[in-house]
Design a protein around this ligand. Structure first.
Ligand code: COA
Length: 175
């Protein structure tokens, strides 16, 4: 388990799937992450089976201080030679947003990757209008590397996404 100040990260287990499905199917989360079609139990089980046996992915449950799962953090496209990976994060319930969980979970994972695992680069994609997420990423040292025009169709129109990444020596572990 990786321990932060407000959150801890542990591997996502099969028993977490009901909470995971509820969280990922919440309308506000689907809007920011996708949109995607709602995920079924069967799809989630097949996905977890696939990613758990795949060396280039790792999925974490984000837990609060009481051990309650408040979100998920997925590390994907882990590339050992390049020491790089991509990530996706979601705090499931809107009332839990802006409580510091996202920053703390990301900081905890990045600290581990850069300081313990010798990673060099972590990147992500974010919708250009997701100002909260972009603020959090920039606070931790991510920089905007590119803008993908019309990358997503959502809410009846095309919107852009940003490619953001942080290198080991750019990571800002402290507030
Ligand atoms: C994006 C997300 C992971 C951030 O986690 P969080 O726990 O809500 O964020 P935190 O509480 O750690 O930090 C929020 C920060 O954003 C700031 N913020 C809030 N709304 C904002 C806005 N509209 N514009 C700019 N900054 C904003 C807060 O002031 C706070 O910054 P501060 O700590 O410097 O004061 C979380 O809100 C989430 O999962 N949202 C839904 C899914 C999602 O968007 N995932 C990311 C997809 S790329």
């Amino acid at each position: 388990m990786l321990k932060g100040r407000l959150t801890s990260l542990r591997p996502l287990e099969r028993s977490d799937l009901p909470r995971f499905i509820d969280g990922m199917n919440a309308e506000e989360v689907m809007w920011h992450l996708g949109p995607h079609l709602p995920i079924s139990d069967r799809e989630a089980e097949a996905w977890l089976e696939r990613v758990s046996t795949n060396e280039d992915s790792k999925i974490f449950a984000i837990c609060d201080r009481d051990g309650k799962m408040v979100g998920e953090l997925a590390l994907d496209r882990i590339h050992h030679r390049n020491r790089s990976a991509e990530l996706v994060i979601a705090i499931f319930d809107e009332p839990d947003w802006n409580r510091g969980y996202g920053t703390d979970a990301l900081r905890t994972l990045l600290r581990f990757l850069f300081e313990q695992m010798s990673f060099h680069r972590v990147q992500l994609l974010v919708h250009e209008d997701n100002e909260r997420a972009i603020h959090v990423y920039e606070k931790l040292g991510f920089v905007r590397e590119g803008r993908l025009r019309d990358e997503n169709f959502r809410g009846g129109r095309y919107t852009a996404s940003l490619v953001m990444a942080v290198l080991a020596d750019e990571f800002r572990p402290d507030d």
